[in-house]
Design a protein around this ligand. Structure first.
Ligand code: ZN
Length: 83
């Protein structure tokens, strides 16, 4: 008899594989208000985030603080493992 297609289980996954979702802060003035990111650099580098979660990539995004104009590069940990 014909096989019925297996119902796919909808995993509760966030849209982004980002592990660390904390808001980034300006190191100079402490503001979280920033320009949109540019110059994203993705590095394939597996390990454990500072808060103990596994990651497969490190993503760096360049931004500018809106409050004081300080340039900074925010680092994000992403888990892009296909399981
Ligand atoms: Zn600032």
């Amino acid at each position: 008899m014909p096989k019925k297609s297996v119902k796919k289980e909808a995993a509760p996954r966030p849209a982004s594989p980002q592990v660390q979702a904390a808001k980034t802060r300006c190191p100079a003035c402490g503001s979280t208000d920033r320009e949109s990111y540019s110059g994203t650099v993705v590095q394939e580098f597996g390990g454990i985030t500072p808060d103990g979660k596994p990651h497969t990539h490190i993503v760096r995004r360049r931004t500018v603080c809106r409050a004081c104009g300080q340039c900074r590069v925010d680092r994000f940990y992403e888990n892009r493992a296909t399981q």
